[in-house]
Structure formats: structure tokens, C-alpha cells
Design a binder for this molecule. Sequence first.
Ligand code: ATP
Ligand code: MG
Length: 566
Amino acid sequence: MTSDAPETKSLNFIEEIMEADLASGKHGGRIQTRFPPEPNGYLHIGHAKAICIDFGMAARFGGKCNLRMDDTNPCTEDVEYVDSIQEDVRWLGFDWAGEYYASDYFPLLYDYAEYLIQQGKAYVCDLNEAEIREYRGNFHTPGRPSPYRDRSASENLDLFRRMRAGEFPDGSRVLRAKIDVQHPNMNLRDPLMYRIRRAHHHRTGDAWCIYPMYDYAHGVSDALETITHSICTLEFEDHRPLYDWFLEQDVDARFFQRPLPRQIEFARLNLTHTVMSKRRLLQLVQEGIVAGWDDPRMPTICGLRRRGYTPEAIRSFAERVGVAKRDMVAEVGLLESCIREDLEANALRRMAVIRPLKLTITNMAEAEAFEVELANHPDRPELGTRKVPFSNTLWIEQDDFREEAPKKWFRLAPGAEVRLRGAALVRCEEVVKDAAGNVVELRCTWDPASKGGNAPDGRKVKGTLHWVNAATAVEAEVRLYEPLFPAEDPMDVPEGQDWHQGINPGSLERVKAKLEPSLAGAEVGQRFQFERMGYFAVDPDSRPGAPVFNRTVSLKDSWAKIEAKG
Ligand code: ATP
Ligand code: MG
């Protein structure tokens, strides 16, 4: 991946560190990063930010980036997630130098743990979870040493080997680092390194009944892979001393190449109107609130892809939010403007009527039907044109007609004249209603001299509407989306309420739309601008003759703006 950012762009703090390390020759001129997802869910837009940093910075400095599955917790992980993560990283436009699994390091992690035991730096502790917590104290209370803290190295080694051999029940013992039970940083109060858990692992099967803890496994994995800069999110800032401690205990450099990797933290990306933790996203899926991880309302990469986002738009968003040292919340509107900008430049224009209202031209004979040739993109002639049939029976948008026309209303109203894009000027002569009083048809007349869309007398007609010819219309399901969470911060709920209560029950609306015939053969994933209605992408639920479109994002609605101003 090359960044198209100009070279003069000022460096962010991570780039500054890397540049200084390159200048000093710290790692012999090497930059090596990794993206380390835990395969316990699908990647979301926050991960995309991390991916752009991890891969982007390595690329910027001619380095490498590995993909490492942080698969040390067998209970929540699955190959389904591994596969989706790889697909999503590739789709975003990145390729990893090496594919690694923390589980591949289980033997080395085990060996290093034995080494730490032999150095008197780790011990087997028989306290249970609650006791450990109690002994550890809290921010105000210093911890107390575990009664097992002073076991001899040989006793610890024997117990640890028997833990591994499966001699003890789950949860009966743990291996802990021997650091400082009174340390002001709680993470250093003899943290856990291993626990006993008889769980089937998606890669190592039943080979292990002890599994390493994240803080231990992560830094060791980095060091074994000779990562130079281990970039992670801010919540690990307090863990950095522990990250360093584990690696520094390799006093005779038997396990790790020097210099050791350096952990650097940046602020996690949050988005307004969005929940962004895999755990909660999993809940949305499991509770059937959304149709799956790739539901177009999800902030997952696969959800955004299905919604119609492009990798370019997501990368551009990541670039624009920047790399911060303090937590921040980006506007979901910024993400939307990134995709709007991309599709504005690249999506083919089409006409589609989302909420159809019949329009008949009473003074046009069937035989007078004709075709209009419309540009696929107003600014890009190289994208060509297509022919669109026009006749006396058409569909227009319900929203483009008002029986009582407000001021500055340039669309259709009784007696008003509008342009049907590229085709003709029509005037509304009669409004037909059903028994319930709903408008069901507009009877219009056309000015045959306006064929092509303009009157020869040059009279001014301000409003231009899109339309679809009824006889050749393609019927499609169109899915319109509103945010799943109307509240800016979905987690900011009143006392005693659960975040579920903030879910918008009307976040998905399905409508039966009428499309111009050229959309009949649209393929899954293709993106279009439906003129005046927004950008739409073909959904995988499409079947031959029954296409389904997702609205990716609306256009900026000029009338809504006028109305808002009053
Ligand atoms: P979540 O809290 O959403 O479940 P996680 O941090 O547990 O995410 P991991 O699979 O551990 O998910 O994350 C892989 C990498 O992506 C880590 O380096 C993590 O710091 C980064 N990452 C995760 N969420 C975000 C985010 N919102 N913004 C930026 N980076 C993120
Ligand atoms: Mg995590």
C-alpha cells in the first residue's frame, strides 16, 4: 500500500518515533509491525483504523507488517473469525508479510515460563480467583503476598510441569509472575501468566490444558517475531511496564533478539451512534437484532462492505481521523462523507423511484414513446451513456408531489410544470385519488416541443425530477437504513437502563422500488448513484429478476435544508 499523502505532511507521533529509530539505526534500519486481532469476532471500523496504522506505517518506512492471530483464549475463538479477518484485511487493500498465530508459540511460551521459574521470577499459586483478587488489594490498599509466593524454584517447576500434564483440575492453580505485590501499578502485582483450562483450541486441539494470559503471550509473541514497534490502543498504556518486564527477564538473551520491541499506544477510535466492541456486536447478532455480522447497519468491515462502502473510503476515513494520543469520538458523518466523496466521483448514475407514484401523460400516444440517452456520469464522459425508455406511463417519487405546494417548491403540484430529466416538460393537470383520499395518479400533459427536456421558447422550468418508465421498470427491493442507535453515545443510558433500550426499531425500512431497465443485470457489490436518492449497492440477497439494493448513504438533501431553515 502506498499512501497518496503528500510527502510534506507532518509526521504523527508514531512516525516520529519510527523515523528517529531509523535514524539512530536502532533495529538495524528495520521497521516491523503486526496487526494482532483476537479471532473472537469480526473486524470493525476501529480495527480498520488499527490496520491502516500497522500496515500503513510499515509501508511508509519500507518495513513489514505481520498478521498475527492472538488466539490464546480457546473459549471464544473460532476459525470462522480467522477466515473473515483475513478476508477483511485483504479487502481493505493490505497484504501481510507473515501469517502467524500466537498458538504457534505455545511451546516457546511454555519454555520461557520454565526459564522464568528457574530464575525465581514466576511461581505456581494455589489461591483461587477470588482469593487472588483479595490478596492483590486495590488502588488504595497494598497487596499481600500469596502464601505460595516463596515456593522454591524446583517445587514450582515440578508443579508447573504437572499443571501442563493435566494433573490438576481447571482453576485449581495458576502460574504468576513474581514482581511486586505492593506496586502502585496493579498490573505489576504478580500478574497471572498461565491458567488451567481444559478447552479445545481451534488450532492446537487438545494438546494443551494450560493457556497463557494475554499480557504474557502478547509481548513474547512480538519479541519472537522480531517486531520493532508494537502498536496498540491506549488501554494498554498501564500494561507497558509489564510488557517490558516480561521481555527484560530474558537476561542472557537466550530467547529474544535485541533490541526488544517497543510498545506504543494510540487512542482507540470511537464513532458517534455506534457501539464498537466485539462483545456487544456479538450480542446484536446473537439476539437477532441485526441479520448477522455483515448486516449493513453494523460497523463491521463486512457490514460496511455490504452497505456499499469501498476500501478507499474507509482508508481515507482512517487517514482523516488521524492518530491521536487521547481518546476521541469521530462523527459518523465524517465516515459518510468519505464514502459520498468516493461514490460521487466513481459511481454510475441511474434513475430509480423508491416510493412510486404513477404519472400518465394524457396527450401522448403509445406510439410516441421514445428513448433518451443519458450520461453515466455528469463529469466523466469516458464512462459513456445508456439509453432509457420514456413513454406516457411513468413512475415518479411520491415525495416529488405536493398537493399544497409550499413556497420555493419547484417540484410537482397541481398546475405546476416540471422537467422529467432528459426527456420532457410535463404539467400536472389532474390529481387522482383512491377512496381513502390517497393520491394514486397524476394526470399530466406534455409539451411535445420540449422533447429532450427543454422548451424551445426558453421558458424557465426550475424543477427536474427523475422518473422510471412503467412498462420497462425493474422491480427491486430497496433497503433504507437509519442509525441503529439514534443517541450520539449509545452507551450513555440513564441509570437502571440497558443500552439495548436505545436501539432504533425502525432502523431498516424495505420498500418496493422501480428501477430503470439498465439496472436489471447489476451484479452483487456494484454501486450506483440513484439520482437524487443517494448511493446504492447491490445486496447479496439479490436473486435473478429480484434485485435487492442497500442505500449506502443519502445525497445531501437540498429540500430538507430549505425546510429546516424555514
Ligand atoms: P473490541 O474491544 O472491539 O472487542 P479488541 O481490542 O478486543 O476489540 P482485538 O482483536 O484485540 O480487539 O484488536 C486487534 C487490534 O485492533 C488491537 O491492536 C486493538 O488495539 C485494535 N483495535 C481494536 N479496537 C480498536 C478501535 N476501536 N480503534 C483502534 N484500534 C482498535
Ligand atoms: Mg482484545
